[in-house]
Write a protein that binds this ligand. Structure first.
Ligand SMILES: [Zn+2]
Length: 404
């Protein structure tokens, strides 16, 4: 079995390298935005979606034009990769996995990727890496990167630069341990397992919310671009990054434990995107129950259900297990005992009581049991090997964060 893994390290660039990296990230953002604008103009004119090959030709034209000649000073492969990123964003939109691609702003996920391993040299013994147009960069070598190098992503966060090295290596397929389990995701309990156990939510955002509000208020009182304003802004960014770290840590711990103890995990195929869509509605159709829904939105976004699913999927594959997404169908309203389906079965958020047979349990546990059953049903339908397990998704930078 092939394992893809990403190793992230902090870079120790020279001043010149920092300036270059900022410039390259800016050039990639420019190309992404320009291509997105072109797609939009083309679409409004009734044109078809412009594919990557055609768009790459445009990029060549931009680089050869007098007014955008500065694009030539940036490495070509990361610029092309920005176009691939845009195509992926469109694909996710077409397949209803994401919202419409948005223009990128400066300072918002500043990064660029070198997709061609032939142009990269990794010298782990001397803690340095060679990247086109940047030269040798030193990095904090906290852990050995195993496997064959595939691509490298450079990114900036809180004033620091990082390099994420993705590798591929052959490993023996492990024999999965444990049985099959269903999981219900919720607000009061982050994850409830069909065996009755559950994972309490972290609410990393809530916990830091007060500190963040205070820092943001202090920032808004400062004169823009003054030195105090800059200091206050760094404080806000730091709290944001603390929230992110706590959440990442929580998700990794949870998904590692679950994937190590189960051979098969069934989960409801929730459209988190729909649930977290703006609750306020439009002026014509103002949203109902706005306050309650925005509370729910905050919790969903806070807890990272998508990231949870993504991690479970690839970690199960790493451990030789399987991941099954089942369509959400009455999972919260069906009685696991007699099969009776009724909204009345669930009188409160927390309690399930069947109006037919009187079966009682925690509502989330009932949901998890029904998800597990739906997973069993899906397995029974598939004749040979079920369409489950590794989705083939590549690990992103968030996947593994060893070092730093
Ligand atoms: Zn019943």
């Amino acid at each position: 079995m092939q394992r893809l893994q990403a190793y992230k390290y902090e870079l120790m660039p020279t001043g010149e390298q920092q300036r270059d990296m900022r410039r390259f990230a800016g050039s990639c953002r420019f190309v992404f935005n320009k291509a997105l604008a072109l797609q939009q103009v083309n679409h409004e004119a009734g044109g078809k979606f412009i594919g990557y090959v055609e768009m790459a030709k445009q990029l060549t034209a931009w680089r050869n034009s007098a007014e955008m000649a500065w694009l030539k000073t940036a490495p070509i492969h990361p610029l092309q990769h920005a176009l691939k990123d845009l195509e992926k964003a469109y694909k996710n939109f077409f397949e209803k996995r994401a919202n419409f691609p948005r223009f990128k702003r400066k300072g918002q996920s500043d990064s660029f990727r070198y997709p061609d391993p032939k142009q990269i040299k990794l010298d782990q013994a001397n803690s340095r890496i060679f990247l086109p147009k940047l030269g040798w960069l030193r990095y904090r070598n906290s852990r050995e990167a195993l496997g064959e190098l595939r691509n490298v992503t450079v990114s900036q966060s809180c004033g620091k630069w990082f390099v994420s090295i993705q590798t591929r290596r052959e490993i023996d397929i492990p024999v999965p341990r444990g049985g099959m389990v269903g999981i219900d995701l919720g607000i009061a309990r982050f994850a409830t397992l069909s065996d009755g156990s559950f994972v309490a939510p972290l609410h990393s955002f809530r916990r830091h919310e007060k500190a963040l509000l205070k820092a943001q208020r202090s920032l808004s009182r400062k004169t823009k671009f003054s030195s105090n304003w800059k200091k206050a802004r760094i404080r806000v960014q730091k709290i944001h990054s603390r929230i992110g770290n706590a959440r990442r840590d929580f998700l990794h711990k949870t998904t590692t434990t679950i994937s190590q103890n189960h051979a098969m995990v069934c989960i409801e195929d929730l459209q988190v995107r729909n649930m977290s869509r703006s609750a306020a509605g439009s002026t014509e159709t103002p949203g109902r129950n706005v306050r309650a829904k925005s509370g729910l939105n905050k919790s969903i976004l806070d807890q990272g259900w998508f990231e949870f699913r993504r991690q479970l999927d690839y970690k199960l594959a790493w451990n030789g297990g399987h991941f099954i997404a089942v369509p959400p169908r009455n999972t919260s309203r069906t009685c696991p005992c007699c099969g009776h389906v009724s909204a009345d079965n669930r009188r409160t958020q927390a309690r399930f009581e069947c109006v037919e047979c009187g079966y009682e349990n925690n509502a989330d546990v009932v949901g998890a049991i029904n998800v597990l059953r739906a997973g069993h049903a899906r397995l029974a339908c598939a004749d040979t090997s079920p369409e489950v397990g590794a989705s083939g998704q590549e690990p992103t930078e968030a996947t593994i964060q060893f070092s730093v």
